[in-house]
Design a protein around this ligand. Structure first.
Ligand code: RP5
Length: 169
């Protein structure tokens, strides 16, 4: 059963949101993926939010670009925590979406990640689920250990080969 709902305003957001799908797959967390626009499909958006908890969804990741109301509108209609992903699109390159998502009014929070930061949204979702799941906690620790190891290896290589050879890689 899916425990994370990934929703986005348009199929043009899909290539960015796929990074979240991939991260969840890595942690073997099942997700449902939905395209539903707060502006073009307002009734269906409200229905999605109202039904999420009943479907077993424990975290929602909502990505949108432009006048990005989708994460906030969903957060208004559910107690399931919502993580917003501002998508880089159009003339303002994601700054519009960032401001729209991060500046929620007091009382209805949306946890906002960086522009196009859907991988971090998925990691945050896994961390939320890990509060009550020791297997996920161990998987997150191992993920961070691998990340740390990879930085150490890069530093070691840089010291071994020097800047010019490193940049040729
Ligand atoms: C938003 O408008 C979507 O989330 C998307 O990022 C942006 C552009 O949508 P399309 O015109 O490409 O469908 O609602």
């Amino acid at each position: 059963m899916a425990t994370v709902g990934i929703i986005m305003g348009s199929d043009s957001d899909l290539s960015v949101m796929k990074e979240a799908v991939d991260v969840l797959k890595e942690f073997q967390v099942e997700c449902e993926i939905t395209i539903c626009s707060a502006h073009r499909l307002p009734v269906q958006t409200a229905e999605y939010a109202a039904g999420a908890a009943g479907r077993g969804i424990q975290v929602i990741i909502a990505g949108a670009g432009g006048a990005a109301h989708l994460p906030g509108v969903i957060a208004a209609s559910t107690l399931v925590p919502v993580i917003g992903v501002p998508i880089q699109s159009g003339a303002l390159a994601g700054v519009d979406a960032l401001y729209a998502i991060v500046q929620m009014p007091r009382g209805i929070p949306v946890a906002t990640v960086a522009i196009n930061g859907s991988a971090n949204a998925a990691l945050l979702a896994v961390q939320i689920l890990a509060v009550r799941d020791d297997n996920l906690k161990s998987a997150l620790r191992a993920y961070r250990d691998r990340m740390a190891q990879s930085v150490l290896e890069k530093d070691k290589k840089l010291k071994q080969v020097g800047v010019d050879a490193y940049l040729l890689k």
